[in-house]
Each structure stands twice: as structure tokens, then as C-alpha cells.
Design a binder for this molecule. Structure first.
Ligand code: CP
Length: 293
């Protein structure tokens, strides 16, 4: 029973175990979490993360409670995260929390005696998206070691990129960070990686196995000019003409305009399958943390 705040709270062996269990979870629906309750505390909008966690818990026989906006809770009256955590831990066996403030999910975990999973804290990390991304790489390419991966877009504020970069430090990959200079990856997230910074997708499109697109995180921008940056990278059929035949395009979603819809029906599109992979991965994760796998 442990928290998952940063992807590196798990060792490489634990990550590999979850990926292996996720494979088994694709067709597994035994009620191994019957009697367990998961609380989803979402202070920010979500479609995939919250619903795939809830689906995973329900498919394993557990139950869910929670909120998807803090405006209907006593947080709107000024209650602190740590006070609330001390109550909510009595109502559930595990919490899944998304909050717009970096470090806030750790604050809840520190005040709670039940395990807490970070479903995204500000621009810091989103570790369960990374487990889904790694699992998607295993499914699409059969391996993680040896892959060339370009991460594209808002690498400064994009928490999925931060967690994925940390996760890839467990493997032997070549990573290209493709961003405008205003939105470069903070160096701390690239520790242990073999990487290069580049400014154009066209420079690397013929080399990569995975093109990991992200949206501009408009809601987290400081002095950056969204209108000037929003169209920095758009994947089109013309752009991917030089891609390897088995190159796959990933995106944590939601997409705004980074991937032209004409890509959706090509062999390169993998983003909707990636989102679907979130269910078996989160089944494996819940079972792992709650001690049944
Ligand atoms: N990938 C992801 O975090 O999507 P949601 O914001 O819809 O949960």
C-alpha cells in the first residue's frame, strides 16, 4: 500500500510488473476489489483519467465516490486540503486526486493514511498517464528499450511529458524534445536520458518510432503568448510522408489542433487506443496498490 505521486515513486521493476499485469487485465473482470471504495477528488476538469479510473474500479468489483468539481464541496468555503484528507480517508480505501497546484497531491497524501494516486498536479506530474504511455509502447512496438521518441509541444507546462521523461530514464531510448524556445522542458525532468532539443518536427520525423504530441497548456501559461504559440506544431499527412511505416502518433488528449483529423484514419494514429489502454493499466495499478496483484 503506497502512494503514487511521482512516476519515480515506483522502481523500474514495479513499473514492469504493472505493465505485465495490465496485459492480463485486458480480459480480466473478477471482482477482486469487492468491498473496496475509491474516492476521486478532481479539482480540475478530466474526461479520460477520472472515467478510466472509475471504470477500472467498477470492473474489478469495487465502488466509487467523489466529485468532479470542487465548487459543490466545502473546499469552496475555504477548507484546507489536509483537513479534508483526514475526513475523506475514513470514507474510502484509496484516493485519486487531480489539483491545479504543483505539489498539492503530495500535501493530501502526507495527511492521509490511505494510498493516494496523483491524477495530475498542476504542471508537475501525471504518473498514471505515463504508465498508460509505456503500456501503449509495449503494445504498439513490443518494446520500450531501443525506441526513438519525439515529445512535441508545450514541454514546459505539460505534466504528461514530465512524468514520461522521468519514466523513460528507466529504459534505453533516444528522446527528442521538440518545442518553441519559450516552452522548453525544464532540465530536471530529463535527468538520465539520452536526449536532444530540436525546434522542428521535420528534423526528426524520419527517425522516430513514437511521435508524442501534446497541446499547449493555455490555462497554465504565465507571460507566454498563447495566440503566438498555439499553431507551433500541427501534424498533417504532408508532414508524416517521411515517417517510418510503423511510426505511431501518441497524444494524452484532449487534442486541440495539434493533429489534423485527416491523420485519424491512417496507420500512424494511436491516440484513441492509447486512451483505451488507460483502463487495463489503471486496473493493474489499483490492484497493485491495494495488494491483490
Ligand atoms: N490524458 C488526460 O489526462 O486526459 P483528461 O484530462 O481528460 O483526464
Amino acid at each position: 500500500m503506497k502512494d503514487l505521486i511521482s512516476i519515480q515513486d515506483f522502481s523500474k521493476d514495479e513499473v514492469l510488473k504493472i505493465l505485465d499485469t495490465a496485459r492480463r487485465m485486458e480480459s480480466f473482470s473478477e471482482p477482486v476489489l469487492k468491498g473496496k471504495i475509491m474516492a476521486t477528488l478532481f479539482f480540475e476538469p478530466s474526461t479520460r483519467t477520472r472515467l478510466s479510473f472509475e471504470s477500472a474500479m467498477l470492473r474489478l468489483g469495487g465502488q466509487v465516490l467523489g466529485f468532479s468539481t470542487p465548487s459543490a464541496t466545502s473546499f469552496s468555503k475555504g477548507e484546507s486540503l489536509s483537513d479534508a484528507a483526514r475526513m475523506i480517508e475514513k470514507y474510502c480505501d484509496i484516493m485519486v486526486v487531480r489539483n491545479p497546484v504543483d505539489g498539492s497531491v503530495k500535501e493530501i497524501a502526507d495527511a492521509s493514511s490511505v494510498p493516494v494516486i496523483n491524477a495530475g498536479d498542476g504542471s508537475n506530474e501525471h504518473p498514471t498517464q505515463s504508465l498508460t504511455d509505456l503500456y501503449s509502447m509495449m503494445k504498439s512496438h513490443g518494446r520500450i528499450d531501443g525506441l526513438s521518441i519525439a515529445m512535441v509541444g508545450d514541454l514546459k507546462y505539460g505534466r504528461t511529458v514530465h512524468s514520461l521523461a522521468k519514466a523513460l530514464s528507466y529504459f534505453k531510448c533516444k528522446v527528442y524534445f521538440v518545442s518553441p524556445k519559450e516552452l522548453m522542458l525544464p532540465a530536471e525532468y530529463a535527468a538520465g536520458l539520452d536526449y536532444e532539443h530540436v525546434t522542428e518536427i521535420s528534423k526528426v520525423i524520419g527517425k522516430v518510432d513514437i511521435l508524442y504530441m501534446t497541446r499547449m497548456q493555455k490555462e497554465r501559461f504565465g507571460s507566454e503568448n498563447y495566440e503566438a504559440l498555439r499553431d507551433s506544431f500541427v501534424v498533417t499527412k504532408e508532414l508524416i510522408k517521411e515517417a517510418k511505416p510503423d511510426m505511431k502518433i501518441f497524444h494524452p488528449l484532449p487534442r486541440i489542433n495539434e493533429i489534423d483529423k485527416e491523420i485519424d484514419n491512417t496507420r500512424h494514429a494511436y491516440y484513441f487506443e492509447e486512451a483505451a489502454n488507460g483502463v487495463p493499466v489503471r486496473k493493474a495499478l489499483l490492484g497493485h496498490i491495494l495488494g491483490v496483484f
